[in-house]
Design a protein around this ligand. Structure first.
Ligand code: ADE
Length: 253
């Protein structure tokens, strides 16, 4: 995959491509990247890339000319252009898989009050928010998206790691333990030391279900559950309903 990033702060991005799993993906030729400082495409002697918003209001808006020149310099038309913004659609694993299927991605890192709308209308395919909060820079949001996407490309990480992890089945992951078996008077659950694979799988399924129900019940409607997990879920829901009734939580309904 080729990744192009238009940014005013390339030094925020460069280290990511030089570290850890991304570095290996670059070295293996699975990912290539270029970072374009679009300030270099500014029109005026002061290298200005932003200006006050028409109609008034706080903050500055990124001007269309430098960005459009930078986008044309990387032949962005016809490529998938992503603009991370708090006003975008919420990013999720499905979107990560969709973007991972592209040969090439172009990211525009916004700043201040964002881009002139004409750049969005002309070039942007996906406006993506990474969460309901506001960051100071589009660089961090861009890196979050790239991180979630590139690891899904064949050859970057082992396939079985992807299959087991949270969101690939709409269930959160089970807890993990490693040696030592006893640490500060706290022990690894016996079942994990038993060597009984069927019991370990059942225990892990139960943990995933319980964790998802507790932390992210909204995911359960899309979860792919084994018949055993489905029975377990129904049992837990019934137990919870009984408990709520006993505690009077449904009084007055
Ligand atoms: N830029 C600033 N905040 C953002 C967010 N939540 N998602 C994507 N881009 C952003």
């Amino acid at each position: 995959m080729k990744i192009t990033i238009l940014s005013l702060f390339p030094m925020m991005i460069e280290p990511f491509f030089k570290s850890s799993i991304m570095r290996r993906a670059v070295e293996k030729g699975i990912v290539s990247y270029r970072i374009i400082d679009f300030r270099e495409f500014a029109d005026d002697a002061y290298n200005r890339v932003d200006d006050i918003p028409y109609g008034g209001g706080a903050g500055m808006v990124l001007m269309p000319q430098p960005l459009s020149k930078a986008l044309e310099s990387v032949s962005a038309r016809g490529k998938r252009v992503v603009y991370p913004t708090p006003s975008g659609r919420l990013f999720d694993q499905k979107k990560a898989y969709e973007l991972a299927a592209e040969e090439e991605l172009v990211f525009i890192c916004g700043h201040y009050e964002g881009l002139d709308q004409r750049i969005i209308d002309e070039y942007v395919d996906d406006e993506i928010s990474i969460g309901d909060y506001v960051l100071t820079s589009g660089e961090t949001a861009t890196l979050v998206i790239i991180d979630a996407v590139f690891r899904l490309i064949d050859g970057v990480i082992a396939k079985d790691s992807l299959e087991e992890e949270s969101f690939s089945s709409c269930l959160l992951e089970y807890p993990q333990y490693t040696r030592p078996a006893r640490y500060c008077s706290s022990c690894v659950p016996d079942v994990l030391l038993s060597g009984h694979h069927a019991h370990i799988t059942e225990w892990r399924d139960d943990q995933r279900l319980a964790r998802t129900m507790h932390v992210r019940p909204d995911l359960l409607s899309g979860a792919s559950l084994s018949p055993r997990m489905r029975r377990k879920l129904i049992k837990v829901i019934e137990e919870k309903r009984t408990e709520d009734l006993e505690n009077g939580h449904y009084q007055g309904n």
